[in-house]
Design a protein. Structure first.
Lengths: 283, 327
């Protein structure tokens, strides 16, 4: 009995150690530093609430957080619609497993290049004299270049959707593949139309996958700074950009405090979402 | 219950690319019968059922119900309902919502569909479990729920795809009795696909034995069992010996064979195995031509004149007990 408990502890220790060193310790560090003080030229250990006080009372913070939520919400909606459609097509319209795998791998090919490259490749396409504008002008759709294509909320969200849709496709596809095909036949037997089958059977059964995809996309968009910086031409801000700015100015305590607030916000968000859908079956 | 309609298969064919799954089968199911499609796996019985249900397109030929060609209608417009092999209950819906699903699809008001679903659940004795999810039910309970869901559409024909195969042997026998009882009460046609001959004999008024995409033999269950036309049917239904005689292959029921002295018998043989089965004793004998013949003897007859393995015996039967088989 005693021996097995020791074996158990030993078996659990590698993972615990990794989590402790690479997850728990850094977060603890950030929390500790977030209470430190800073002047223009120095950072000093302390336990004061000045950083939080400043953040929580500044109108900039709330505007930036709102902007972050806006990006997250719109990106989520777009990735969900596209991701669900792609997954649905792969899972229910492609008949053979071979083709499902081939097409699924095709979806992942963009991931062979780095995020930044994929993001930057939009710039020559969307720019004032870029491919999109010249094509639209030559087709006669517009008379002069459209300005909002690049360095705007549009381009930021476009890049987010491009980067993160696959994170929605994968879990939804995974869940859909587990749906027994005879359920679709049973729905048809009961006289359900295509839409009724979709809403009454497929969507409810896909909820856990949608939820996992949602968590991925929210976490990625809420924590992003580089996409916002490149695609908005440094004209928009989100929380990640705020933290990055603080770090650039060596204001680590303030950056830490912002990071803690962001972490708590995202955790609350995900916690709320998980109350509605049980994802345990999917894990 | 209502005006009942007869189902007919007319040269029904299913091709998957080059493979022929069902080859021009024709059969007329009597009104209100319990019919079993019986055959080994891959014989085309499930494809046939799925074509009747509308879950598989018909390559050629037709399915008619009450004289109306239903081959190209969507499943719900055919007057058939299907009970799936794994029941295919919607896992996210409670039993009552599963049963009421088709009513909901038709836009029946919530209260009305609850009432009708409840009466259907009463019929299959599941009313007490109406608020459970399928995962909280046993196999037999899931089957009842699936039955109620299929029957609520008031079908003329209920199609059952291996409905008992997921149950344990004890429950299988109980559910089989309930299926039969339900069919008698409703008076509609049941078409039941199975690969178990015992199940088919126990349930079916009419039996359709399929093999290699065609119907080997079909008709009233007793007629088929009493007079199998091919060696396949005789062997698949069981309780038959197929013996090569000078005049050709014949089928003889195991219980029609009597033991006699070797000299006086139609066939001489040597006992190779004796199996006690309670009420009967199954005695296997090797006969010339490297064939086996099984004789099922009442226990009193056998133990009144016991035999031993290795003993030479004679196998005899009445002339009318042997049925000539098509080669």
């Amino acid at each position: 009995m005693r021996k097995t408990s020791i074996t158990g502890w030993l078996l659990a220790s590698p993972l615990s150690l990794i989590l402790l060193v690479f997850l728990a310790a850094p977060i603890a560090m950030i929390v500790v530093v977030s209470f430190w003080g800073a002047t223009e030229w120095a950072i000093y250990p302390a336990f004061e609430f000045e950083n939080y006080e400043f953040l929580l009372t500044s109108s900039v913070t709330s505007r930036v957080f709102l902007n972050t939520f806006k990006y997250a919400a719109i990106t989520w909606a777009c990735t969900l619609v596209i991701g669900f459609t792609v997954a649905y097509y792969l899972a229910f319209h492609i008949r053979t497993l071979t083709w499902q795998i081939v097409l699924f791998l095709l979806c992942t090919i963009p991931f062979l290049t780095s995020n930044i490259i994929r993001m930057i490749s939009w710039i020559p396409f969307l720019g004032r004299n870029g491919l999109a504008n010249s094509a639209l002008i030559s087709w006669g759709v517009i008379d002069e270049p459209v300005e909002w294509l690049l360095f705007s909320d549009f381009s930021v969200i476009l890049a987010f959707v491009h980067l993160y849709t696959l994170f929605m496709v994968v879990p939804i596809f995974n869940t859909m593949m587990r749906i027994d095909k005879s359920l679709i036949e049973a729905a048809a037997d009961a006289g359900a139309s295509g839409w009724q089958t979709l809403w009454q059977v497929i969507v409810p059964l896909t909820k856990p996958g949608i939820m996992i995809g949602t968590i991925f996309v929210l976490a990625l968009v809420m924590g992003d700074f580089i996409t916002v910086r490149f695609m908005s031409g440094s004209q928009s801000a989100n929380v990640g950009r705020m933290i990055q700015n603080d770090i650039a100015l060596l204001q680590y305590p303030s950056a830490s405090a912002t990071a803690v607030i962001l972490l708590v916000t995202v955790l609350l968000l995900i916690g709320t979402l998980l109350r509605f859908v049980d994802i345990r079956k999917e894990l | 219950m209502k005006n009942k309609l007869d189902l007919e298969l007319v040269s029904l064919t299913k091709r998957y690319g080059q493979t022929l799954a069902v080859d021009e089968i024709s059969y007329h199911f009597g009104v209100g019968t319990y019919a079993c499609l019986l055959g080994p796996s891959g014989c085309g019985k499930s494809s046939t059922l799925r074509m009747i249900a509308g879950h598989e397109s018909v390559s050629s030929g037709a399915v008619t119900l009450g004289g109306r060609d239903i081959s190209n209608l969507p499943p719900a417009k055919r007057g058939t309902a299907m009970m799936f092999q794994n029941y295919a209950l919607f896992p996210h819906l409670t039993v009552i919502d599963n049963v009421a699903f088709s009513l909901k699809m038709r836009g029946v008001a919530a209260e009305e569909r609850r009432k009708r679903a409840m009466s259907m659940l009463d019929l299959v004795d599941m009313a007490a479990l109406s608020d459970r999810l399928p995962a909280q039910l046993s196999g037999g309970q899931q089957q009842r729920a699936a039955l109620a869901r299929a029957l609520i559409t008031e079908p003329d024909v209920l199609l059952l795809d291996e409905p008992l195969s997921a149950l344990d042997p004890f429950l299988r026998i109980r559910m089989r009795a309930e299926l039969k009882k339900l069919q008698r009460e409703l008076g509609i046609t049941f078409i039941h696909v199975t690969h178990g001959q015992e199940e088919a004999l126990a349930l079916a008024d009419e039996i359709v034995v399929m093999n290699n995409a065609i119907i080997e033999q079909a008709g009233r269950t007793r007629d088929v069992f009493e007079a199998p036309k091919t060696a396949f049917v005789a062997l698949f239904l069981g309780s038959h010996n197929v013996v090569s005689m000078p005049e050709g292959k014949v089928a003889i029921r195991t219980d029609a064979i009597r033991l006699t002295k070797p000299e006086a018998a139609k066939l001489p043989g040597t006992i190779t195995n004796i199996e006690y089965q309670g009420t009967h004793v199954a005695l296997t004998a090797a006969i010339p031509g490297n064939q086996d013949v099984t004789a099922l003897l009442p226990d009193k007859d056998f133990f009144g004149n016991p035999k031993d393995v290795g003993e030479a015996i004679g196998l005899d039967w009445k002339a009318e007990a042997a049925h000539a088989l098509a080669s």
